[in-house]
Design a protein around this ligand. Sequence first.
Ligand code: BT5
Length: 206
Amino acid sequence: MRTFRSDSQWHERIHFFQSVTSTNDLLLEWAEGGSPEGTSVIAKEQTSGRGQFHRPWLSLFGMGLWMSVLLRLPIENEIIKSLSQLGVVSLYDALLKVKIPPASLKIKPPNDLLLDGKKVAGILVETRRGSAPFAVIGIGLNIHQTHEDFPLELRNKATSLVIAGMPPFDPKQLAPIVIDSLYLRYQELHSNPGALDEVWRKASFL
Ligand code: BT5
């Protein structure tokens, strides 16, 4: 039976940066160096933010929440899907907590979050197997962008909380809320793995 530390310890492991290449890159490096579970990295800007298959993720300075969280657990094939569900459902929970209307939020499988039908967030899970296996959950959430801040090719597909008329949240204040949700959902993943899949399905276009 796994034991879980208190979430306040996860709060103590939040590290803020002005600019990094990618919060996932930095945390992957720290994880190899032995950083504990629950360590997170948040940056105001990513100069090489990335999505899946090395697609670029636009992460302009101060425009969003660009963060990564380290989990230490055995990495089996089946867990990868659960970890990406964990990332997107935790962010979904956190946005409901700050009163984003549930009717406007939908998960687009596998792990995009749509607000009013446009992509407001994406999740990038990266794992390492071996003697000290771990996963890095990368979360990118658009907050402050206006329409014009997105390149033409993204304008019809991407949105931000501000474009959708939501308050201009401070990423520094949102981060601990996301960490709390992730912590709780991570506990649930171990105690009741089916629950996460159920919430994910309910919040998804399926
Ligand atoms: C994702 O990939 O949606 C995962 C994005 C994860 C970003 C976080 S930020 C913190 C951490 N550090 C990182 O370096 N990454 C993670 P994917 O499903 O492959 O979507 C990528 C596609 O989304 C791109 O090809 C663009 O079309 C589009 N895109 C790029 N930037 C965007 C943005 N800011 N908002 C909405 N769509 C965007």
